[in-house]
Design a binder for this molecule. Structure first.
Ligand code: PLP
Length: 414
């Protein structure tokens, strides 16, 4: 068996009609919500292949989002570590500064075709909230974003952005008042309002059809990158990489390369180390379980309750992971590796100083792995997904790390 050939028809075959990637995925839902999710899936399957939908989405991506985003060859950064060439797919140049808009605009357009008037979503750090509020403003829809009170206090600028974009930010006061409770509240609202509203999740996770829909909308990243890389170099990259939180930018980057002879590395956050509560490396340290309505790898205790997670990158600290990643790992097609806070921060400063690009801390995890790969391989190439820009992070980074004085940043570039 050829491990690449097996993936030639992959996107048509996975997930199956019940939303399973092998044994992962599915839909574990309150009975009442099953109808709502099925309506979204039926509409998606009916609409997403129509020429009208595809053409309108293409136009939006080009004229509103600024796609295609470029692929950048990091010539100076590569020289620091030998002859292995590092390339970046610049999702940070997408409108709103990250890849999340790729699926939010797709879901917004779907909502429009379905005749919905409102978008319901939850948000943790507020990045997804801002992207979905942007889509709602574009399509002229009402937008309710559920957000834990604790997160509202911590993420002031994103709360302001959402409100300026016209969204209602609805505080959630139950439990720990963070993402999990916000998620529950958004589902509850959806249950009541699904005739007029669509629910939009923030990543390639949750019950079927969301992992499939988000993966499909995000795959524009890999489709463009593959074409652009080929045009620039005449060959395929030896390896590709992306950071894995819930798994949307990584699946968008990876799936168009599955049938190519390219090594694939998903980067998980190791945070402060391998102890419980010090990281969010679900694929590396998790076990099979059910979380937020789907089966996947989960960081869980012996009762199946999610364990506390941590990463310096707030977009990566999630105790589950999109079910497709669990499948691709078991299939041996994607390798999962870890990068610590310190390694990510060194990469954050190196990319800023040697390439003039300040990355999101999430994305700095992928850059850090690309650097590690370049050090180990000495030749060849690696293409990393730069999922977002670092503007949102600079105040926090400056407070904690200054301008990077503690890292070795001064190299002689030959
Ligand atoms: C949200 C976010 C991530 C993590 O989400 P995925 O679904 O794993 O892609 C990564 N990078 C940035 C910049 C983000 O905003």
């Amino acid at each position: 068996m050829n491990k690449y050939k097996d993936f030639e028809n992959y996107l048509k075959e996975y997930p199956d009609e019940n939303g399973y990637f092998g044994e992962y995925g599915g839909s574990y839902q309150a009975k009442e919500l099953i109808e709502a999710f099925k309506e979204a899936d039926d509409a998606y399957e009916a609409i997403c292949h129509s020429a009208q939908f595809i053409n309108e989405l293409r136009r939006i991506r080009k004229d509103f989002q600024g796609r295609p985003t470029p692929v950048h060859h990091c010539e100076r950064l590569s020289k620091l570590f030998g002859n292995c060439q590092i390339y970046l797919k610049r999702e940070d140049l997408n409108h709103t500064g990250a890849h999340k808009l790729n699926h939010c605009m797709g879901e917004g357009l779907l909502a429009k075709y379905m005749g919905k008037k409102k978008i319901i979503a939850e948000t943790g750090a507020g990045q997804h909230g801002v992207a979905i509020a942007t889509a709602a403003a574009y399509f002229g829809m009402e937008c309710d974003v559920y957000m834990g009170e604790v997160d509202i206090a911590k993420q002031h600028p994103n709360v302001i952005r959402m409100k300026m974009l016209g969204a209602n930010v609805i505080p959630v006061t139950k439990g720990l008042k963070t993402l999990k409770e916000a998620c529950d509240a958004a589902f509850e609202a959806y249950l009541k309002e699904y005739k007029d509203a669509i629910y939009c999740i923030g990543t390639a996770a949750g019950p079927h059809p969301f992992p499939k829909m988000v993966r499909d909308f995000q795959s524009v990243i890999g489709i463009e990158a593959r074409e652009q890389f080929l045009e620039m170099t005449g060959i395929m990259p030896d390896a590709i990489t992306a950071c894995v939180g819930g798994g949307s930018n990584s699946l968008g980057m990876f799936t168009p390369f599955l049938a190519d002879p390219v090594e694939i590395y998903g980067v998980e956050p190791l945070g402060r180390g391998s102890g419980v509560g010090d990281h969010a490396a679900t694929m590396t340290y998790g076990t099979k379980g059910i979380i937020h309505g789907y089966t996947s790898y989960v960081l869980q205790d012996e009762n199946g309750e999610p364990l506390p997670v941590y990463s310096i990158a707030s977009g990566l600290d999630y105790p589950g992971v999109g079910p497709e990643h669990a499948f691709l790992r078991d299939a041996g097609r994607v390798n999962y590796v870890t990068i610590s806070d310190e390694e990510a921060m060194e990469a954050f400063f190196l990319l800023s100083r040697y390439e003039g690009i300040i990355p999101a801390i999430e994305s700095a995890h992928a850059v850090a792995y690309a650097i590690k790969y370049a050090k180990e391989h000495k030749s060849g190439s690696i293409l990393a997904c730069l999922s977002g820009r670092g503007d949102k992070d600079i105040d926090y980074v400056y407070e904690k790390y200054g301008c990077g004085e503690q890292f070795k940043l001064d190299y002689d570039v030959k």
